[in-house]
Design a protein around this ligand. Structure first.
Ligand code: PRP
Length: 211
């Protein structure tokens, strides 16, 4: 039996289809259901559908043996898990963005709006730059437009949200993509099952022409 936590939404659905293709389908699964747990009747796999930012919590605490989490979440929360594979899905970038034409004034602390305070603090600490964090939970792009921050540290995927709000990227912090992660003790005790799943998943991703 292997317990897998997947992020609810498009990325999770895509990973689920790949897992089905390599023999981890779940006959109980119904994508229109609001159920959060699906158990394969052959007793081989359980799926938990989790809020994307919580997958690493379920894996770290051992409720799930493996899961799929964005690198943005892993960098932000630094959970005590193993990162097994870069699935090369859900690709985007963690960036610093600001209003077009913005100029930094190094003499005053930089006001940074973000959902990722740890990531932002770490980035600016390495540069020796004083900042003040404005923690928001979404629509981060509004903060510089309405003047409550100088910059944002946020995910950029297509760049459309920035463009439509007259913002632009000033620096790239990191590349982001979905990662296969594992609970540390499950990795030891279910090594055969977990490494086999990981290798098969990497294989199907390598052969996916859309990837
Ligand atoms: C994310 C991110 C940006 C947007 C970037 O927001 O925080 O706002 O997507 O995507 P784009 O470059 O393709 O425009 P999300 O959709 O998760 O919603 P949120 O505003 O609630 O964080």
């Amino acid at each position: 039996m292997i317990n897998i936590a997947l992020p609810k939404g498009r990325l999770g659905e895509r990973v689920y289809k790949l897992l089905c293709a390599i023999g981890y389908g779940c006959d109980d699964y119904d994508e229109n259901s609001r159920k959060l747990i699906f158990a394969d009747t052959k007793g081989e796999v359980n799926y938990f559908w989790v809020k994307p930012s919580d997958v690493a919590v379920y894996v770290e605490l051992g409720a799930a043996d493996v899961g799929v989490a964005g690198k943005d979440i892993l960098d932000e929360y630094e959970p005590d898990i193993y990162e097994l594979a870069d699935l090369r899905l859900g690709k985007c970038r963690m960036c610093v963005a600001a209003k077009r034409g913005w100029r930094d004034d190094a003499g005053v602390p930089l006001r940074v709006a973000t959902k990722f305070p740890h990531t932002a603090e770490k980035y600016y600490a390495e540069m020796g730059r004083d900042i003040e964090i404005i923690k928001l939970n979404g629509s981060i792009e509004l903060a510089p437009v309405l003047g409550i921050s100088d910059v944002i540290v946020d995910i950029v995927e297509t760049g459309t949200t920035l463009k439509e709000n007259d913002l632009c990227v000033y620096a790239q912090i990191s590349d982001i993509s979905a990662r296969l992660i594992a609970n540390k003790s499950a990795y030891k005790f279910k090594y055969g099952q977990i490494s086999s799943l990981c290798e098969k998943l990497k294989g199907v991703i390598d052969s996916d022409k859309n990837n």
